[in-house]
Design a protein around this ligand. Sequence first.
Ligand code: BGC
Length: 871
Amino acid sequence: MTAAPRCVRVDVLGGDPLGRGDRLVVSWWLPEGASAQSAYRVVTDDGHDSGWVESDQQTYVDVPGPYTSRRSTDVRVRVHTDLGETSWSEPVLLRVGLLDASDWSASWIGVAEDVVAPKGERPAYWLRSTVDVLDPAGATLHVTALGLYEAFVNGARVGDVELAPGYTQYARRVQHQTYDVSRLLRPGVNVVAVLLADGWYRGQVGTPRAADQFGTTTALRVQLESGASTVLTTDASWRTAPSHVLRADLIGGQTEDRLLVDYRIHDAAYDDSAWSAAVRREVDVAVVPSIAPPVRRVEEIRPVSVTRLDDGASIVDLGQNINGWLRLRDLGPEGTTLTLRHGEHLDAAGDLTTAHLDVHIPIMPPMPLGQVDDVTSAGVEGDVFEPRFTTHGFQYARIEGHPDALAPDDVTGVVVHSDLRRTGWFECSDDRLTRLHEAVVWSLRDNVCGIPTDCPQRERAGWTGDWQVFASTAARLYDVNAFSRTWLRDVALDQREDGCVANHAPSVPVEGFAGPMAGLQGSAGWGDAVVSVPWDLYRATGDLSLLRETWGPASAWVDYAAGRAAGGRHPARVAARPDPAPHEIYLWDTGFHWGEWLEPGFEITDFGAFAGADKSEVATAYLHRSAAQLASIGQLIGADPAAIERYRTIADGARVAWRSEFVDDGRLVVQTQASHVRALAFGLVPDDQRPAVAARLAELVAEAGDHLATGFLSTGLLMHTLADTGHLDTAYTVLLQDSEPSWLTMIDRGATTVWERWNGVSADGTAYESLNHYSKGTVADFLHGYVGGLQPTSPGYRTFEVRPQPGGGLTWAHVRHDSPFGTIDVRWRTGAGRFVLDLEVPGATSAVVVLPDGTSHDALPGSRTFECAEV
Ligand code: BGC
């Protein structure tokens, strides 16, 4: 008997956006030293057994037994490998919540509010009940809310999930959580008390700080089950009262009066007759299980400094831009009110500034950032302030109102995000690149709070384009599969009937199809996320089910885009060429598109002109790429051959259209780096023209003083394109460029996260826009895939290539990736005229190593060293 399979994980694989047809699967790594698996067996302790199955499959294997509500069981795996039969793996607990509407007997309830405070100023309420429990063993609490909830049993916090139930398209679906509360309950009378706040449901969201986007009243649903019986449900007998949380808004911040904290409410004997009766709410929304890792407090950070300003305020510097909040220990004497302002930047005087994050929308008055907490001290030793119904994107906080100086020990930065499994690491001989990689990792972490967001402070919105650009890089760094799947469900639910994809998921009415920005939806490069994100994740994980699940929405989008291309002409083109050329049916030159967006120096001076501009160079390129990806997806999942053919035709047609309009005798009409990148990365120019176009791209970089000049969409493709077309030196020049615009400018100017703009902090120290947008962090994919040289050659890294492309004076690099089959470790170094590569290949996979001298070598599972002369 050999050692057990490792890293055993249970996942939910997809049916449809409402979770119908989902199934449970298990994945594992082979034990250390094993190279191949010949059979597996999966058992559950609720009596299901796959029996021995002769197969080398070890990812996404069905868990035996049904996917039914309330199933709770351990899953174990045992395999046969070339080393023999293994022992059983460590058990993995699988706990299924409530899958059907009929599983809920609890009513939705809410708080009768006499007056509803203005947006951003609304409190959290207590909702409370007692329950007699005979036997706590195996008791389970199911909780969901329209709003955010925090549940307590007998005064103890239930679970460790933050910002529950999470952000989904609440008009269609809301998640619930299922907790084992057997250890919190006691035989006899127990108190269940829940704090309920606005959250995304009713609080401020997105750019316009709109509130009440999904409803005007919050609601709670709780069901406590013990053994086979439901012992407590939310109903009109629950009592409600205001709490010590006087204001709770995700963007605005939180206010607490600690003098109002009353722990007696958690006693069974507490008399809540002065409280108000809960009211029933009619809610018609699907309640679904959460299929992705929840948001948690994942790390705590000690400030690097706390500095007192002349006005008595303290500036806390965490040394790292994070998403989360501060936990404050010294609240001052009773009655002291402290104000905590959070931001990303200090001005020249060392004081907090958030001006760069204030919202300026042409048609609205400017809106301040928010992110301000207040707490009034109860003067109780040991009392702490930790706001959990709000999050802040910040590195610095300004704490006002404390009579004494605060010390670093009084303040803790609490990092809050989806608790994803890390999968990728990178370091190299140039410390600035290692730090750049860390900044990318942090920007990802700071922007995965239930959904992928653009930034954690200003907008916090699930912009489709941002994940379109970044998902493949994200998949190098963290396991974002389930996280992306649940978000893609909202992309699909938010899709308009005609296939148009909204700017964000979840889409909020005022910023979506129903509001004044209806005409700004369906942008190329943004809507294409519905095709490219599943595709990128499939390449990283080998999970075909995501491609099946998203085939419908992805085809609808490409059909929509192709329809728009065929159905209209840009007025400028009509004027210039009254009769349409035949290729124009695939030229997408109408509608609103964000375009390349944020190239260095980009400013919108006239929004009307920007919105009405012809962006067909971008839109047609994406139509080509998405249609081509869709045809490949269709092939993989066995879609209708006629559909596959249709997408091939669209892809070919869009390419012809692009060439006809944007290539003139081998030279690109649009003389930007971005256009050249697209031409090469999307295969838009004929093969024989590629070298010239690539040479011109390198020339454009040189003409820009060895700088990149790309924006949102093509920055992530620039480095790869240069390297792939024989311009590795130029790629390294851009990578190591340290004057603006460049990545290293960010690092040299102290960035700990990736900026939205190339001039995020200008030379004079002024900040512009968000300092925490991951889109430019796609450079990490280049660090892993080119500097480190690791590329999957089949989905999920079953086979992969290791082809380091050293340059830029680097003398060593180290990449590690925890692939679906195990850890891949690549380390190379140069010295004394030799290039030496140490490689670890996990079981069940194989690699091809291509050394800088061009020689290629097969690598089987295990550790090996390869060497060649330095070139
Ligand atoms: C966001 C983006 C988004 C963009 C649309 C910005 O305000 O922060 O990252 O994709 O708008 O162009």
